[in-house]
Design a protein around this ligand. Structure first.
Ligand SMILES: Nc1ncnc2c1ncn2[C@@H]1O[C@H](COP(=O)(O)OP(=O)(O)OC[C@H]2O[C@@H]([n+]3cccc(C(=O)O)c3)[C@H](O)[C@@H]2O)[C@@H](O)[C@H]1O
Ligand SMILES: Nc1ncnc2c1ncn2[C@@H]1O[C@H](COP(=O)(O)OP(=O)(O)OP(=O)(O)O)[C@@H](O)[C@H]1O
Ligand SMILES: NC(=O)CC[C@H](N)C(=O)O
Length: 528
């Protein structure tokens, strides 16, 4: 923050705006329950105020948790402060505390009691915090709506300029929603609107930035690029509106989001290098591309671990992928370990037939080897399972589910292919053979995903309707899907909740990811 402040000073801005809770990151979760954490926030606040002490310096708006000093309630607010000439000249707390999906703000914060404006350099500023700008019926199709509209209150009190500081995580299609939201406010009240969003990854959430500003007609006059920190001066009287393609293509933005998610997870957790099991399949290939883009080719190790059931292509294709990416590559055959396991267990399993037990042994041997590299060299193991597999439990607990971060766990298999096509749009990075081969776990002879699962285009639509849209079995079937397939899929999704509870955290890119925003019981028995 200080660096940006100092960089912008020579351009003599009036006001510098930073995002919601920028002092602590979003969401700080139960750290907010530690008194020493709150004390550190106070120190950071004083340092930021001190930046503005010279009378030549601009004001700054920034977001942070602040104690209310009250014995009642939660005792904290999610606040926006305006500091100027070494003092706080305005505090506006957040009114609408989102408590749904990944948001849990009523657990920690008390809502604002009122909306106030602040006079600043000839303007009356209406400063709001993220969700306070989201009370627009257009965006709550299921009827959820707050009674209060803080933006309307500020406009009616006579604001001449609206500022919203946000921590709005990425999800597919959300960019357009935010644009419409801010445009609507600006046009409705004939006021300029400055919207400043966080950027960076925090665990499962990826903040894409893409801050923007409208003039008093609702025309966009500045848009920040996505997925990187950026600061520019905006003249709110500017009438030269942005035209052309305002929205980033959604597949490209999912790729960028995943890269940033991996990059920040590794940086913030102290990992320099990552390790990935390369099967010659598309999931591990795409994971390797994302990791390479995130931390550079010298920091990603690909390991091929052929078993008796691996196709010849599994090693060759992985090797070609590694060459294309410029990442180091090792081959560690697992056949002898696998046969040794079978021998060790042969007496105990003598009366039994081969089943998934033997399949899973291979996945677990690979998981063990990858974790040995993680332990020995401090690599982060990236797991490769996609959303379709995580939904249906088509993955082995303590096997291919091993790892610290599940890069694709919110990316349906059909989207994995779309992202792979995007990756290859300029030149072939993922070898064509990897994209064209039929998905196979290669854990027994002639095993293909489609022998166990419905075709991915069908499966992914059912998953979306069940998980993201919350439809019932009957509603999904009414959309033209075979009822038996729908029932099989949703039962399998429910039955595999136990696996997802033990899975590594995954990066959220859809409106409903498995993770902090979807809380389901494991032990359930209800009719569909
Ligand atoms: N409610 C519950 N709470 C806690 N634990 C529960 C449980 N229900 C079952 N379990 C346990 O879970 C075990 C079954 O889970 P698990 O051991 O994972 O094995 P399972 O799900 O039976 O088998 C894994 C399946 O995934 C396929 N696979 C594996 C690896 C990669 C890929 C791929 O294409 O990427 C596919 C593989 O071919 C097989 O069909 C049971 O033996 C039981 O111990
Ligand atoms: N032969 C192998 N060598 C190295 N890693 C493997 C191998 N087979 C499987 N894995 C690891 O286990 C994960 C699950 O792979 P699997 O081949 O079973 O199915 P998949 O979900 O179709 O993945 P992929 O598309 O990457 O093959 C792979 O992504 C990879 O990380
Ligand atoms: N931090 C917030 O208040 C985020 C909630 C808001 N609806 C968003 O996703 O942008």
């Amino acid at each position: 923050m200080k660096q940006f402040y100092n960089e912008l000073l020579p351009q003599k801005p009036d006001l510098i705006v930073f995002p919601e809770l920028c002092v602590v990151g979003y969401p700080p979760k139960d750290l907010l329950e530690r008194w020493w954490f709150i004390e550190q926030i106070q120190k950071a606040k004083e340092e930021l105020i001190a930046l503005t002490s010279s009378s030549f310096h601009p004001g700054i708006v920034f977001g942070l948790p602040l104690p209310t000093g009250e014995k009642q309630g939660k005792g904290l607010v999610n606040a926006a402060l305006l500091a100027f000439q070494g003092k706080i000249i305005h505090q506006q707390n957040k009114s609408l505390l989102p408590t749904y999906d990944v948001f849990d703000e009523t657990r920690y914060f008390d809502p604002a009691q009122q909306q106030e404006l602040v006079a600043f350099k000839g303007e009356l500023l209406g400063i709001s915090v993220c969700e306070d700008a989201w009370n627009d019926p257009e965006f709550w199709p299921k009827g959820r709506r707050y009674q209060l509209d803080p933006i309307q209150v500020m406009a009616e009190k006579g604001a001449t300029c609206l500022v919203n500081i946000s921590a709005s995580p990425f999800q597919i299609g959300k960019e357009k929603v935010r644009f419409r939201l801010i445009h609507n406010h600006s046009q409705r009240f004939h006021l300029p609107f400055v919207y400043v969003n966080q950027v960076g990854g925090n665990d499962d959430l990826i903040f894409d930035g893409k801050s923007l500003a409208c003039n008093n007609q609702g025309d966009f006059i500045k848009k920040a690029p996505g997925f990187r920190e950026w600061a520019r001066i905006v003249d709110l009287a500017d009438q030269s509106t942005l035209i052309g393609d305002l929205f980033q293509d959604s597949i490209e933005s999912v790729f960028d989001a995943l890269v940033l998610g991996v990059q920040d997870y590794m940086k913030k957790c102290g990992f320099k290098k990552a390790v990935i099991g390369l099967s010659g399949g598309i999931d591990s290939a795409l994971t390797a591309v994302i990791a390479t883009r995130a931390v550079g080719p010298n920091n990603v190790l690909g390991i091929s671990m052929p078993s008796p059931y691996s196709s010849a292509g599994s090693i060759e294709d992985s090797q070609r992928l590694s060459e294309n990416l410029g990442i180091p590559f090792e081959v560690i055959p697992i056949s002898s370990i696998y046969f040794s396991y079978l021998k060790t267990l042969s007496k105990s399993f003598a009366e039994t037939k081969k089943d998934t037990t033997e399949e899973n042994l291979q996945a677990r041997i690979r998981g063990n080897i990858l974790m040995a590299f993680s332990n020995k060299y401090g690599y982060l193991l990236l797991s490769t399972g996609n959303k379709s597999e995580m939904a249906t439990g088509y993955c082995t607990l303590y096997g291919d589910m091993s790892g610290g971060l599940a890069v694709l766990s919110d990316v349906p298999k059909t989207m994995v292919y779309q992202i792979a096509d995007y990756v290859n749009h300029k030149s072939e990075i993922i070898p064509r053979e990897i994209i064209q081969k039929a998905p196979s776990a290669e854990l027994k002879p002639n095993q293909y995903d489609q022998d166990t699962l419905p075709p991915y285009p069908v499966l992914d639509q059912i998953i979306e309707l069940w998980i993201e849209d919350g439809l019932s079995v009957e509603e999904i079937a009414a959309r033209g899907f075979d009822r038996k397939t729908v029932l099989w899929t949703v039962k399998r999704i429910d039955r595999n909740e136990y696996k997802r509870k033990q899975a590594p955290p995954g990066l959220k890119v859809t409106s409903k990811a498995f993770g902090s925003g979807r809380r389901m019981p494991i032990a359930t028995d209800y009719s569909y």
